[in-house]
Design a protein around this ligand. Structure first.
Ligand code: SAT
Ligand code: MN
Length: 586
C-alpha cells in the first residue's frame, strides 16, 4: 500500500472506495486532482518527459500537444462494452450483457496490481454547469495522466466537484486502468444500479474519459429513466434569426456523422443575418421544466471532436476553437511541429503519420487516423452560446434525428406527432463510421443514435421517451434529416455543412407554424419552394426530398425485423406507428 496522502475530503464513501481500489490495483502513489493550473502544468510536464505528449509549434498551436495512442486502441470497442444488470432482459438485445457476478469474476482480476509502478489519480468531476440542479457529479480513478488532462478540459474537474459531492454517497464511481492495453484484457463495464463503471485495457476517449459516454450517457440514461429525465446523444444549438429570436434544437446523429459541424455551423454568405449558437456538440441532458417544456443542458465542458474533414471550409469555428490549448490525438505531425489531417488542406511534402512513421503525399495509408480527435474547452468556440453555463439550460423546440443513408431517407421530413417522432427515432439507421472498431459503411439500426450508449433495454428506453412526451405540455417537434443522400451517379446530392442552415430554417419555420409542408407516407416534407435555395446551383431538390415507396416498403420490413429482436419490449404505440406508415405506403 502506498502512503496515503492527506485526502482533501472526509467523504466516507469516497475514502472507502479509494482505499479499496488502491489495495487492489497497488499504485505507487495516489494523487487527488484539484483542477488547478499548477496541477495541469505538472501533469503535462510529466507527460512531455515520458513521451505521452509531444509539444506542438508554440506559434501555430500555442499550449497544444499531440498524443499518439497504442495502435490497437484508437476507437470505442463496442464488442467489449458491457451493461452489467442482474438479468439479460434489463440489458436488452442491443447491448452486450455480463452479469455483475461474471464481471467480478472476469474483469475485476484484470485490475489486480494493474497500477503497480504507476500513479493513481483521483479525479472528481461535475457533468453539467457547476451550479445547475440538473448536473451530476462523479469521481474517476485512473492511472492515465492523459485521461486527467482530457477530463480537465471535458468536465468541471477538481475542487469544485469535491465541494459539490460533499459528504454525499450520490456520485458516479468510475474506475479506469490502462491495464496492459491488450484487447484481450479490455472491458468497459457499466453497473447502472450501482452507478458504477469499470474500464480496463484502453486509453481511448470514449473508453477512458469515463465522464463522457460511460457516465453522461450509459449510466445517466438509466438514472434519467428512474428520475424522469433524459440523457441523449445530441448536440444542442440555438438558431438565431435576422429578427433576433433564437430557436433551440437538439440533434441526435451517430458518432462521426457531423454533430460537431452542425453545432458550430457558420451561415453561408447568401444566408446573412442567420447565426448558430453552440450549446453542446455531443450530449444533452433534458428535463421537464416548470413550464412543461423540455429544457436541455450540455453536461460537458469541452469538445472531443473528429479531426479529419475539419477545415476552414467545413467548420471554420472548429478551426478557431482548436487554435490554442488543445490536445490532439492520433493526427499527423508536420516538420514544423504543427498538426495535419486529411481534409485540412493540401498536405505538406513530409509528415510523421499517427503511428509515428514517415509519410509523404505518395503514401497510401492516411496520415491521420480516421478517428483522430481534438480535445478543447467549449468556451473557446467563437459561437459558444452565452447560455452554455445557464443552470436552467435552454428550451428545446425541435429534435432532429439522422444518420448516414446513401438512399431511402430524404433530406428532411417532419414526424406527425411526438409518438410518431419516437418511432422515427427508434428506427433510425445509419452507415457505420470509424468512431467504433469494426467494418465501416455497413447500415445498422441506431435508435436515437443511442445504440452504443443506452444503459438499459432499448425497448424500455422507447417507453421512457413516450412517457416523457405525455408529461410535456408542448413537446418539441421531431424531424429526421439526412445530409448524406447520394444520386444515381454515387455523388452526394446535398452540399451539407453551412448549407444545412437552409434545413434548420425550415425546421424553425415549422416550429413557429410558418413554413409549409407536404404530406407523404412517412411524414411531412418541405412544400415546393419552402427550402431557401438561393445561391445553390445544381441541387436537385426533388430527388433530395423524394420518398420512394418501394424503397420504403423494404425499409419497413427491416424495421419490423428490428423491433422483433426485442421480444415484446418495444411499446405497442411504436408498432402501431410502424403499421400506420406501412398502410400509407400501400
Ligand atoms: O466515444 S467517443 O466519445 O470517444 C466519440 C464518439 O464515438 O462519439
Ligand atoms: Mn458522440
Amino acid at each position: 500500500m502506498p502512503q496515503e496522502p492527506s485526502a482533501p475530503t472526509q467523504n466516507p464513501t469516497l475514502l472507502a472506495w479509494v482505499r479499496e481500489v488502491a489495495a487492489h490495483t497497488q499504485p505507487d502513489r495516489i494523487v487527488w486532482c484539484d483542477g488547478s493550473q499548477e496541477e495541469a502544468d505538472r501533469v503535462t510536464a510529466e507527460m512531455l518527459a515520458d513521451g505521452t505528449l509531444i509539444a506542438l509549434n508554440a506559434e501555430k498551436n500555442p499550449n497544444s500537444y499531440l498524443h499518439r495512442s497504442h495502435k490497437s486502441d484508437v476507437a470505442r470497442t463496442e464488442h467489449l462494452t458491457f451493461i452489467c444488470t442482474e438479468t439479460a432482459l434489463a440489458c436488452g438485445p442491443t447491448n452486450n450483457w455480463k452479469s455483475p457476478a461474471d464481471a467480478r469474476k472476469d474483469v475485476w482480476p484484470w485490475f489486480e496490481g494493474a497500477m503497480r509502478g504507476r500513479t493513481m489519480y483521483v479525479v472528481p468531476y461535475i457533468m453539467g454547469p457547476t451550479t445547475s440542479p440538473y448536473s451530476r457529479p462523479g469521481v474517476e480513478i485512473t492511472d492515465s495522466a492523459y485521461v486527467v488532462a482530457n477530463m480537465r478540459i471535458m468536465t468541471r474537474m477538481g475542487k469544485v466537484a469535491l465541494e459539490r459531492i460533499g459528504d454525499s454517497a450520490d456520485f458516479v464511481r468510475g474506475l479506469h486502468s490502462l491495464g496492459d492495453l491488450s484487447p484481450d484484457r479490455r472491458a468497459i463495464c457499466h453497473f447502472p444500479q450501482d452507478r458504477l463503471i469499470w474500464s480496463v485495457g484502453s486509453g481511448y476517449g470514449g473508453n477512458a474519459l469515463l465522464g463522457k459516454k460511460c457516465h453522461a450517457l450509459r449510466i445517466a440514461s438509466a438514472q434519467g429513466r428512474d428520475e424522469g429525465w433524459m440523457a441523449e446523444h445530441m448536440l444542442i444549438l440555438g438558431l438565431e434569426s435576422p429578427e433576433g429570436d433564437i430557436t433551440y434544437m437538439g440533434a441526435a446523429f451517430p458518432s462521426a456523422c457531423g454533430k460537431t459541424n452542425l453545432a458550430m455551423m457558420v451561415a453561408p454568405l447568401t444566408q446573412q443575418g442567420w447565426r448558430v449558437w453552440t450549446v453542446g456538440d455531443d450530449i444533452a441532458w433534458m428535463h421537464i421544466g416548470e413550464d412543461g417544456q423540455l429544457w436541455a443542458v450540455n453536461p460537458e465542458a469541452g469538445f472531443f471532436g473528429v479531426a479529419p474533414g475539419t477545415s476552414l471550409r467545413t467548420n471554420p469555428n472548429a478551426i478557431r476553437t482548436i487554435e490554442k490549448n488543445a490536445i490532439f490525438t492520433n493526427v499527423a505531425l508536420a516538420d514544423d511541429n504543427s498538426v495535419w489531417w486529411e481534409g485540412l488542406g493540401d498536405p505538406p511534402a513530409h509528415l510523421v503519420d499517427w503511428k509515428g512513421d514517415d509519410w509523404t503525399p505518395a503514401s497510401t495509408a492516411p496520415a491521420a487516423h480516421p478517428n483522430s480527435r481534438f480535445t478543447v474547452a467549449a468556451a473557446q468556440c467563437p459561437q459558444a452560446s452565452p447560455r452554455m453555463e445557464d443552470p436552467r439550460g435552454v428550451p428545446i423546440s425541435a429534435i432532429l434525428f439522422g444518420g448516414r443513408r446513401a438512399r431511402v431517407a430524404p433530406l428532411v421530413f417532419e414526424a406527425r406527432s411526438w409518438q410518431h417522432g419516437v418511432y422515427v427515432g427508434a428506427t433510425v439507421a445509419s452507415e457505420t463510421t470509424a468512431a467504433a472498431t469494426g467494418a465501416v459503411g455497413v447500415v445498422r439500426r441506431d435508435p436515437m443514435a443511442m445504440r452504443p450508449f443506452c444503459g438499459y433495454n432499448m425497448g424500455d428506453y422507447f417507453s421512457h421517451w413516450l412517457k416523457m412526451g405525455t408529461k410535456l405540455t408542448k413537446p418539441p417537434k421531431v424531424f429526421h434529416v439526412n445530409w448524406f443522400r447520394k444520386g444515381a451517379d454515387g455523388k452526394f446530392l446535398w452540399p451539407g455543412y453551412g448549407d444545412n442552415l437552409r434545413v434548420l430554417r425550415w425546421v424553425r419555420g415549422r416550429v413557429r407554424g410558418e413554413a409549409k409542408a407536404r404530406e407523404t407516407a412517412i411524414g411531412f416534407v418541405p412544400e415546393h419552394g419552402e427550402l431557401d435555395l438561393t445561391g445553390l446551383e445544381g441541387v436537385d431538390v426533388d430527388d433530395l426530398l423524394a420518398v420512394d415507396n418501394a424503397e420504403w416498403r423494404s425499409e419497413i420490413a427491416g424495421q419490423r425485423e428490428f423491433f422483433a429482436e426485442f421480444g415484446g419490449t418495444v411499446p405497442a404505440e411504436l408498432s402501431l406507428e410502424l403499421e400506420g406508415v406501412a398502410a400509407r405506403l400501400g
